[in-house]
Design a protein around this ligand. Structure first.
Ligand SMILES: Cc1cc2nc3c(=O)[nH]c(=O)nc-3n(C[C@H](O)[C@H](O)[C@H](O)COP(=O)(O)OP(=O)(O)OC[C@H]3O[C@@H](n4cnc5c(N)ncnc54)[C@H](O)[C@@H]3O)c2cc1C
Length: 381
């Protein structure tokens, strides 16, 4: 399975999915037919880094289809937004996963054919179909009796699209501690049906498990304060720093005709926390972004960044907003250095998130009702 890194190829993938596959998505999306997974978009590694934004994905989808025919797809795109917003409002939940620092071992062969197959697929390609992620997490927790946190960290190491919110909350949801008391139980017949008979782990799965104990107590959402709105039209001579959290923020600035200089900040994987497959995909993506961005500087430490900002005499440097688990530059050391140099750091939140996050304080059912309103606010309908 190949994940392209060239901008043109990614754009072709988005357009051809919307033109050829999207009309069957809602009835077909739950089947895991195996690679190359043509019945789903496989766009998540790009959406994650905002090489293509959620706004663009839905705009292209709506160019080809009536909204009523692709509601399911639109909802799926909003699932990730919802999880990200939910985690912003319940940040302690992520600390629980992130605090586990033990090495992530590759699971031994289990003799459960589908599970062993998905282990290999994930390690080799960096991708698993959504239904396979659900079955895999369920077998991990309820049949193999492994802690959900170690499973979440195994996914973190290997997924090209790893997202702290979707991954943590996806695992919690399967374990039955996100929607309390409603675990997701993988069943042999369901796997047989949705893999079109490729697998049938009959009598191999624990289909009547005991509930997982809920470690952190359920607490109310925090009061989340949206960052200050930056009036882009009034900004001049600012520095914009692209990171893997958002590799297309400069396009938004260009569209608003703002004068700015840009650089790309590449974070080193010091803890060796991601697999070779993930690191080499990310390198290809970064190389492509650098080669397609005129006059861009590339930095990998704070001092280079500050020297650049000083040389240009910026009084503001803008970074993509960093949600929980995605912190790269929102670190005290850098903020203090910038302030000392009389440069104001601004973490810029896109309207997409700004409009949606306040509604992520309850369940997805509640959030889903706001989707038509959110589409309107984002000028998509
Ligand atoms: C245990 C578990 C762990 C997961 N970990 C991640 C993760 O680290 N990163 C991640 O992006 N998604 C994660 N997901 C959600 C989902 O599996 C993937 O987003 C989806 O499989 C990506 O493939 P796709 O682009 O082909 O999806 P499509 O079906 O084509 O969907 C289009 C887009 O909608 C979003 N989306 C779809 N389904 C979901 C979902 N259930 N939750 C959140 N967003 C969704 C993604 O951005 C996706 O690219 C996880 C799900 C589970 C059950």
């Amino acid at each position: 399975m190949h994940f392209p890194s060239k901008k043109n190829d990614i754009s072709v993938a988005l357009n051809s999915f919307c033109e050829d596959k999207l009309s069957n998505y809602s009835k077909d999306r739950n089947f895991d037919y195996g690679q190359p997974h043509n019945n789903v978009s496989t766009l998540s590694p790009y959406i994650n880094r905002r090489i293509i934004s959620e706004n663009e994905v839905i705009r292209v989808a709506l160019k080809n289809h009536k909204i009523g025919k692709i509601e399911k797809f639109i909802q799926e795109v909003f699932w990730r937004t919802y999880w990200r917003g939910w985690l912003e409002l319940h940040p302690w939940v992520y600390t629980q996963v992130n605090n586990v620092t033990s090495q992530v071992a590759i699971p031994n062969k289990t003799g459960i054919k589908c599970f062993d197959h998905w282990t290999e697929e994930l390690i080799e390609t960096g991708y698993l179909h959504n239904h396979a992620r659900m079955w895999y997490a369920s077998i991990w927790i309820f049949t193999l009796n492994k802690p959900w946190v170690s499973g979440a960290n195994f996914f973190k190491r290997n997924l090209l699209d790893w997202c702290p919110a979707s991954n943590t909350l996806g695992w919690r949801w399967v374990a039955g501690i996100q929607t309390i008391g409603k675990p997701y139980i993988a069943k042999a017949d369901n796997i047989k049906f949705f893999t079109k008979n490729r697998f049938h782990p009959i009598n191999q799965l624990n289909e009547k498990p005991m509930p997982v104990r809920n470690e952190p107590s359920v607490r109310e959402a925090i009061n989340f304060y949206l960052p200050r709105i930056l009036n882009l039209e009034n900004q001049d001579n600012v520095g914009l720093v692209l990171t893997k959290n958002d590799l297309s923020l400069d396009k938004l600035f260009e569209a608003k005709k703002i004068t700015f200089e840009r650089c790309i900040y590449i974070e080193e994987d010091k803890k060796n926390s991601r697999s070779e497959v993930v690191n080499s995909f990310e390198k290809r993506i970064m190389d492509e972004t650098i080669s397609k961005t005129p006059r861009v500087k590339v930095f990998c430490n704070y001092n280079q960044l500050i020297d650049w900002a000083r040389n240009y005499k910026f009084n503001k440097v803008i970074f993509p907003y960093e949600t929980i688990g995605n912190e790269i530059l929102n670190k005290r050391e850098l903020i203090e250095k910038l302030k000392k140099a009389q440069i104001t750091p601004i973490f810029f939140m896109r309207d997409w998130d700004r409009h949606a996050f306040p509604f992520a304080n309850k369940g997805f059912f509640h959030f889903k009702k706001k989707i038509p309103y959110l589409l309107k606010l984002n000028n998509l309908t």
